[in-house]
Ligand binder design. Structure first.
Ligand SMILES: [Zn+2]
Length: 291
């Protein structure tokens, strides 16, 4: 081989490896959420009811993601990200099994019924980075599935842990769709201190109130209405904030506590299931189990 040619190839290889390290680095940054073990095994005890499913990022499964998944056993990779190909399969599964995907509002109304017959699903999305409007939304639209999404109002259009969050124009576009319900996910209290969600620390009540008001002000400013539903970051609730929000317009707040919504469930704090590669098989089993 010619010497210059060799040098050129070596140079290209070096550039490629630096680039892939960079992608690898930003990919890992996405994972800086607390480790949770949400397999939800054994929690789907009722045959009939409503399961609220929760998604975060719907990532394109490029070779980088695949490579990392193969070599890195870090549970968080599997916990908060669902590959786009999996998401498509999951939505198809719901359609093929005639699972009734309902809106959050419909779910709240159904908890007041004397009984709930059949199996229902509410689809929820937290944080709202760009993969929600770019990847998830077209699929939801295709199947005409109602969906609910929770916005971190102070992070819109910004970088968060290596993810680029959706813009207000994206969020407006989604919110305009009759399939959509929009909630808040704090204004700027979606982070951790010493590996603890900030809402689980002794944060001042004043900060909690101010943050909540800011999130509602942003909703009003950008979407023309306040939200009446809320999702706790990392699924970690705060008693003071719950009481305060209940007195100031929030009718229902979700965590990530296991369970099925049934008749008589408390609509103020229904259970919710984080979708990951351990919980989804249990969910499929729930749908497929004929009792
Ligand atoms: Zn979140």
């Amino acid at each position: 081989m010619h010497k210059t040619y060799k040098t050129r190839i070596a140079f290209i290889l070096i550039v490629l490896s630096v680039l892939s390290l960079d992608i690898y680095g930003s990919y890992l940054k996405v994972q800086s959420q607390p480790p949770v073990n949400h397999t939800y095994a054994g929690s789907f005890v009722n045959h009939d009811g409503i399961i609220i499913l929760n998604y975060h990022r719907i990532l394109n499964e490029s070779w980088v993601v695949k490579g990392i998944k193969a070599v890195n056993n870090n549970e968080q990779i599997h916990t908060y990200n669902v590959p786009f190909s999996e998401f498509k399969k999951q939505m198809k599964f719901l359609k093929q099994h005639h699972v009734q995907v309902i809106s959050y509002q419909k779910m709240l109304e159904m908890t007041k019924q004397p009984t709930i017959k059949g199996q229902y699903v509410v689809l929820t999305f937290d944080d709202i980075d760009r993969t929600m409007p770019e990847n998830a939304y077209p699929i939801l639209k295709q199947y005409q599935f109602p969906f609910t999404f929770y916005v971190i109002t102070g992070k819109v259009n910004k970088d968060m842990d290596g993810s680029v969050m959706a813009s207000w124009s994206d969020i407006k576009r989604l919110a305009k769709d009759p399939l959509a319900t929009v909630g808040v996910h704090t204004n700027n209290l979606h982070y951790q201190l010493n590996n603890k969600p900030v809402l689980s620390t002794d944060i001042s009540h004043k900060r909690l109130r101010t943050d909540y008001q800011r999130s509602q002000d942003a909703m009003l400013l950008h979407l023309g209405r306040k939200a009446d539903i809320f999702a706790y970051p990392y699924g970690a609730p705060n008693q003071y904030l719950s009481n305060y929000m209940a007195d100031h317009g929030i009718v229902s707040m979700v965590t990530l506590d296991a369970g099925i919504v049934i008749s008589g469930s408390n609509p103020k704090m229904p259970p919710r299931v984080l979708v990951n590669d351990q919980s989804w098989p249990n969910f499929e089993k729930w749908i497929s189990d004929d009792k």
